[in-house]
Design a protein around this ligand. Structure first.
Ligand SMILES: NC(=O)c1ccc[n+]([C@@H]2O[C@H](COP(=O)([O-])OP(=O)(O)OC[C@H]3O[C@@H](n4cnc5c(N)ncnc54)[C@H](O)[C@@H]3O)[C@@H](O)[C@H]2O)c1
Length: 423
């Protein structure tokens, strides 16, 4: 889609760019909320809204209303019961059934989108064009073109776009990333991850709802299935740890167990190839929960096992004992002794503590990753910094997930050209 089709004149684009540049350059002065409107200062209250008060949206809203300096002025949902739930959580917020009507509000500065994946592109693009900053839930979009479109409109409008892969904000993952950067694993050559469950994923349909609205995840026309709903979080982690994006994918999936009218795969196994030769295997089962959800990053010096709970490190026998190993907790798993990656135990943090520096990992361990991702989103509006899970990062995760589905459906080796990641 051309820039012209995105509905922005060159003049509007330049205004957005100037606004962003000014905000980034001046840091503490804040970010323009609209090309013509006022800026958000470091101490200003931000007026926010949430679209889609379902399972995820209501969980996010409960946490978001506690964030200092943010006022939820509106919530939106097409299901009256969910809308009421949103208004009950965000006291004083006005309820809307039509998100377009909500976006007409001039006082609204930021929008969190937690609607089903098929609506992410239109809701995000409309919000950005209305001058709002957006935190959109994962997976970024239903299609490759949709993700590229969202990232492009964010750039053109100069509005912030963040995607909801919350592991980027999880202090354990951030700590593990720094350790990998410090060379703990040597050269990463392979990654394995799995997200296994023993559950159908089907939700009971309330009398006042429909199968389409309640079980949108189970149908190909409204869902990218396990690759999007679970796999995208782990692809994001692997892209981050490896520092690159996949260039090809091969896989096999099936609908073999839950034959209840759904048409998405209920089990998937894929292998991604990265340009530097790293191979990443991903599995997701719905009939056996063995090993749950973890990512295992394998390097020449050791293996890091990452999860939203504890993270552990296993040293290769030929690798020298790391200095911090004696300071860390050891636990046995799979017959081997591993080291728990407690964020309080590493020379880097010990040194920072001795010097009296602030240690964000330790402070943030007290908070959950959803709160941290939302706090950081609002902070980007105040100080102009680039979101850690930006539209670009979200797009780089979304494209391989969709290509994996293509590969499984066509049973073909599927290249992912580097040009697809360019916007
Ligand atoms: N980050 C995470 O870990 C995580 C976890 C779960 C879900 N999610 C994501 O959150 C999103 C929502 O998932 P969910 O499980 O909450 O789904 P859900 O079906 O429970 O909720 C979606 C809500 O959107 C509403 N909705 C649908 N069409 C709408 C429209 N046109 N306008 C306004 N509201 C509309 C529905 O009525 C419903 O209340 C998905 O993108 C999903 O992938 C993210």
């Amino acid at each position: 889609m051309s820039d012209q089709k995105d509905g922005l004149s060159r003049r509007d684009f330049l205004k957005g760019s100037v606004a962003t540049a000014a905000a980034v350059g001046l840091g503490s002065v804040g970010v323009f909320t609209h090309a013509h409107a006022e800026m958000i200062g470091p101490n200003d209250t931000i007026n926010a809204a949430l679209i889609g008060v379902g399972a995820e949206g209501s969980m996010l809203l409960k946490k978001a209303v506690k964030i200092a300096g943010v006022n939820f002025v509106a919530v939106c949902d097409i299901q009256p019961k969910h809308l009421q739930q949103g208004m009950d959580i965000a006291k004083g917020a006005k309820g809307y059934a039509d998100y377009q009507e909500m976006l007409d509000r001039k006082d609204l500065q930021a929008v969190i989108i937690a609607a089903p994946i098929g609506l992410h592109e239109s809701m995000t693009v409309d919000s950005l064009r209305a001058g709002k900053h957006v935190l959109c839930e994962k997976m970024m979009a239903y299609s490759v073109d949709g993700a590229r479109h969202m990232a492009r409109v964010a750039r053109q409008t100069g509005r912030k776009l963040q995607i909801g892969h919350q592991r980027r904000y999880n202090p354990r993952y951030r700590h593990a990333y720094k350790m990998i950067q410090d060379g703990l694993l040597g050269e990463i050559t392979h990654v394995r991850s799995q997200w296994n469950r023993n559950a159908s994923w089907r939700r009971p349909v309330p009398q006042d709802s429909t199968e389409e609205l309640t079980n949108w995840r189970l149908y190909r026309k409204s869902s990218q299935g396990l690759m999007a709903e679970l796999g995208s979080h782990q692809i994001d982690v692997v892209n981050w740890m490896v520092g690159d994006v996949p260039s090809a994918v091969v896989g096999i999936g099936g609908l073999d167990f839950w034959k209840d009218g759904r048409d998405i795969f209920d089990n998937v196994q894929v292998v991604f190839e990265y340009p530097n030769g790293v191979k990443y295997t991903f599995q997701s089962l719905t009939t056996n929960q063995f090993d749950g959800a973890t990512e295992q990053v394998m390097g020449t010096k050791g293996t890091m096992i990452l999860s939203e709970g504890p993270c552990t490190f296993y040293r290769e026998p030929k690798t020298d004992e790391e200095i911090w190993e004696s300071m860390a907790t050891k636990q046995a798993a799979g017959g081997k002794s591993g080291i728990v990656l407690d964020a309080s135990k590493s020379p880097r943090l010990e040194k920072a503590a001795a010097e009296g520096s602030a240690i964000p990992e330790l402070e943030n361990l007290k908070k959950d990753a959803y709160t941290l991702e939302m706090e950081d989103f609002f902070q980007t509006l105040r100080d102009g910094h680039e979101p850690m899970c930006s539209g670009r990062v979200g797009m780089e995760t979304c494209i391989p997930a969709i290509k994996a589905n293509d590969a499984m459906e066509t049973r073909q080796w599927t290249d992912i050209p580097a040009s697809l990641y360019k916007i």
